[in-house]
Design a protein around this ligand. Structure first.
Ligand code: FMN
Length: 240
């Protein structure tokens, strides 16, 4: 984790320069107080005292417990990766709320000069969505042996903020067996640098052939649906 440590130091220096506060890198919501806060918030949700935000899809009737943000790495219409995540919206088990982040194509090219307190609106929105989620689930294609540039750009916008620090994360690889490994490996590297909490048991391959994507851009295959539900359950259990 030497690389992670190095980048943490860089982020600390950046935050310090930006706000003049050396302790700004890890805000209270990612520290012990934040964990207590999340526990209280979840308890409140269980009691139905706190509503969900717009765009969330609630599954089950027992009330929301764990919020999972779904992030696709593909900008392509008819994308198998986005279809898998759209399917997860409908497949969420009881006690889990899921929301799909759909701003990938709107993010400007990352520029450190703009990584200031007044971020470009799409980047601020992204960081806000990440901050308010309990966990993230990624689904990305592989381009030229690595992550698509637009998706790496999304990840770059998160480097300067504290939102990804210790955030529980997982990914589903929808490529056929033997393909897409470069994407998963690179994603693991980047998420390691970001000091996220990788939920190994939820990082799986669930192949989705292009022909499996229906006209509503979801996947009918019950095995895929059940696989995605299992992933969400595993994430929810981890977040607890
Ligand atoms: C520019 C480009 C580069 C690609 N490079 C790879 C690659 O290196 N390895 C691979 O397994 N697939 C590669 N593919 C195939 C895509 O990963 C595959 O088509 C995938 O289904 C795209 O995801 P989507 O359906 O969510 O858009 C590439 C596709 C494109 C458009």
């Amino acid at each position: 984790m030497a690389g992670g440590l190095a980048i943490s130091r860089e982020i600390a220096a950046l935050s310090s320069r930006r706000s003049g506060l050396a302790r700004a890198r890890v805000p209270f919501w990612n520290g012990p107080l934040g964990r207590i806060g999340r526990t209280l918030r979840n308890a409140g949700r269980r009691l139905g005292k706190i509503g969900r935000s717009p765009g969330e899809c609630r599954a089950g009737r027992g009330g929301a417990v764990v919020d999972i943000l779904l992030v696709t790495g593909s900008t392509r219409s008819g994308s198998t990766n986005t279809a898998a995540l759209r399917t997860a919206l409908a497949a969420a088990p009881d006690g889990v709320t899921v929301a799909l982040y759909e701003g990938l194509a709107e993010l400007p090219a990352f520029n450190p000069d703009q990584d200031t307190d007044s971020l470009p609106a799409p980047a601020a929105d992204l960081r806000g969505r990440i901050a308010s989620a309990d966990a993230l689930l990624f689904c990305t294609p592989e381009y030229a042996g690595t992550l698509p540039g637009s998706f790496k750009n999304l990840l770059d916008w998160t480097v300067g903020g504290p939102e990804m620090h210790e955030k529980p994360v997982a990914w589903v690889n929808v490529a056929p067996e033997g393909r897409g490994n470069g994407a998963s490996e690179t994603l693991r590297t980047v998420l390691g640098y970001l000091s996220t909490d990788i939920i190994e048991a939820a990082c799986i391959r669930l192949t989705v052939p292009r022909g499996a994507v229906g006209p509503d851009e979801t996947i009918e295959d019950p095995q895929v649906r059940e696989g995605l539900r299992d992933v969400l359950r595993t994430i929810a259990k981890h977040v607890g």
